[in-house]
Unconditional design. Structure first.
Length: 76
């Protein structure tokens, strides 16, 4: 599972950039709003989804990634 994230700082707010549209959708569905959508710097034809890192965000993100890895492992 390829999921690239990057921690940035904007006006004292910790944010995380998520490249995966699916992971961004799942985070949004879990109650974490997308702050902004920006072009990917390396591949401008794709977007990155910016989230604020709030309590519970990293745990939710880790669970989504773990579930995706487990799904792929069980699919084989």
């Amino acid at each position: 599972m390829k999921s690239s994230m990057k921690l940035t700082s904007s006006a004292g707010m910790k944010t995380k950039a998520v490249k995966s549209k699916r992971i961004a959708w799942l985070l949004r569905k879990a109650g974490y709003p997308i702050l902004s959508v920006e072009p990917n710097r390396m591949q401008p034809e794709y977007n990155v989804y910016i989230f604020e890192v709030t309590p519970g965000f990293q745990k939710a993100l880790d669970k989504i990634i773990e579930d995706a890895i487990n799904y792929q492992a069980n699919k084989k």
